[in-house]
Write a protein that binds this ligand. Structure first.
Ligand code: ADP
Ligand code: MG
Ligand code: ZN
Length: 498
């Protein structure tokens, strides 16, 4: 099989649907919602009742324009809504309002990491459309329909057929989600159906430039599954071709449990949908001023943020990654770093203490302390007024309250022991109490110094000044003997962040 695979080149293009973060639906005033009781966010427009007229949501348009500019697209001054007809119970009107031959925007690009390099993936088009409702298959065998989601604003982002591996497709989905999240366009919640992908795939003989018949894998909602589904489908196509069969143009689903793609239907052509311009909506004409306004307020892209964190704030690449895992975390960190004046130390505290306590819900995040509170803590720690373990205690006491760090330090009577004589005495006691470790240290196990420092910390309730304690212990223990045998060769350790 491996031999055969090498003869064929995969060609992949993605269509990604992202839910726009609006308060209301695309053509009516019903709230967008998730998890509410079925059919509680519906009106004549999104139920498709005769005579009800759609009105475009200005907020949705603005977010779509922001998405398009974020992806470097050209916005069409005039685009057109169209009806796409098909019959399905979750589609009350019998058609979906979307855009067809005159979409909102086109000619963009998304840069993705591709191994050690970067790959610029062309964005063919971006258009606005409404989501369908949801069929709910009940245990008693009945199927009922929930129309809360019907009419939810989506953008569809279509890539050029320029990807050649499942891993690249996965990166496109990941990077697109991140770009939209940082642009404040979409929460990109895969679990809630806020980001879904149709993956189109064909294969061609390596060296040829035409496009083979493609299969569209529908509705994939995880980064891993997009790669798995493509991998499985590619193998199926190659096997068919190698056996002298043809690949039929089809729409298929992916069963992740069985790792199989399965036939949904033979691919319909555009004519099957009976597209025509939506008569109830005028052509969408976009004011140049709107584009300029959105452009002037585009949020900083995540890659730029990371570079700035490393180059200007002196963070490690790894820390910059972690601190830009969500836009609110990045802004919380920046605000705190600005207040404390100590970006690197702030980064460490945010990573070690804060991140575990942050709850994220879409674009929103809930923090257990304020940037002011955390900045004060960082400053107290950096000045040496409290030790690392004490800072942990202060943070634990502070979270969920509005108490200040300095006040907590006073109320817990925390202070750092940096009296040399007092610490030297404790160091002596610790050394005397652990003869076995002392013996091992003296035969060359230098790493045990950390153990002794830990013991001094314990004896002082975390108050010992660590550098001083360490120096006093080293003096007390004396120089370890030189190792008798030559140092063993060890595999190079992966560089870690501290
Ligand atoms: P449709 O509107 O019928 O879904 P499009 O031409 O808009 O068709 O293409 C949809 C997606 O399929 C795009 O992402 C495009 O890159 C991709 N695509 C088109 N042809 C092929 C092909 N032969 N192999 C793989 N992907 C393809
Ligand atoms: Mg399509
Ligand atoms: Zn409605």
């Amino acid at each position: 099989m491996a031999q055969q695979v090498a003869h064929w080149e995969p060609v992949i293009g993605l269509e990604i649907h992202a839910q726009l973060l609006t308060r209301t639906k695309l053509f009516c005033g019903c709230e967008t919602s998730f998890g509410d009781p079925p059919n509680t966010h519906c009106c004549p427009v999104c139920l498709g009742l005769p005579g009800a007229l759609p009105v475009l949501n200005a907020e949705a348009l603005q977010l779509a324009v922001r998405a398009a500019l974020t992806l470097g697209c050209t916005i069409k001054q005039r685009s057109v809504f169209a009806r796409k007809h098909y019959f399905y119970p979750d589609l009350p009107k019998g058609y979906q309002i979307t855009q067809f031959d005159e979409p909102l925007a086109g000619h963009g690009a998304l840069v993705i990491p591709d191994g050690q390099r970067q790959l610029s993936v062309g964005i063919t088009r971006i258009h606005l459309e409404e989501d369908a409702g949801k069929n709910v298959h009940q245990v008693d065998g009945d199927t009922v329909v929930d129309l809360n989601r019907a009419g939810t604003p989506l953008i569809e982002i279509v890539s050029d057929p320029v990807l050649h591996t499942p891993a690249q497709a996965r990166q496109v989905m990941r990077q697109l989600r991140e770009a939209l999240l940082f642009a404040g366009v979409s929460a990109g919640s895969l679990e809630q159906g806020g980001l879904r992908c149709d993956a189109n795939v064909s294969v061609r003989r390596r060296g040829s430039s035409g496009l083979g018949a493609r299969v569209e894998l529908k509705n994939i909602n995880s980064f891993r599954f997009v790669a798995d589904a493509l991998d499985v489908e590619l193998r199926r196509q190659i096997e068919l071709l190698e056996q002298g069969h043809v690949v039929r143009q089809q729409t298929r689903g992916y069963n992740s449990d069985r790792r199989e793609s399965y036939l949904l239907r033979d691919k319909e052509g555009d004519h099957d949908y009976r597209y025509f311009p939506e008569p109830d909506l005028p052509p969408l004409v976009i004011d140049e001023a709107l584009i300029r306004d959105v452009e002037a307020h585009l949020p900083e892209p995540p890659a730029t943020k990371r570079r700035r964190f490393v180059e200007d704030l002196g963070l490690t690449v790894y820390a910059a990654e972690v601190l830009t895992s969500h836009p609110r975390i990045a802004s919380f960190f920046e605000e705190t770093a600005l207040l404390s004046g100590k970006p690197a130390e702030t980064g460490k505290v945010v990573q070690r203490e804060l991140l575990g306590d942050v709850t994220i819900d879409g674009l929103a995040a809930d923090f257990p302390v304020s940037p002011e509170q955390l900045a004060d803590l960082v400053r107290l720690r950096a000045s040496g007024a409290i030790s690392g373990p004490q800072a942990k205690r202060v943070y634990a006491t502070m979270k969920g309250t509005d108490r200040g760090a300095a006040e907590i330090v006073t109320s817990l009577a925390l202070s750092v022991e940096s009296d040399e004589a007092a610490l030297a005495e404790i160091a002596q006691q610790v050394v005397a109490a652990h003869p076995e470790q002392v013996a091992r240290y003296r035969t060359g196990k230098r790493g045990l110094l950390g153990f002794f420092v830990g013991q001094v910390m314990r004896a002082t309730d975390g108050r010992a000044e660590p550098k001083l304690a360490s120096a006093l212990l080293a003096a007390e223990l004396g120089e370890p003997e030189e190792a008798v045998s030559p140092p063993r060769k060890t595999a190079p350790r992966k560089e870690r962040d501290e």
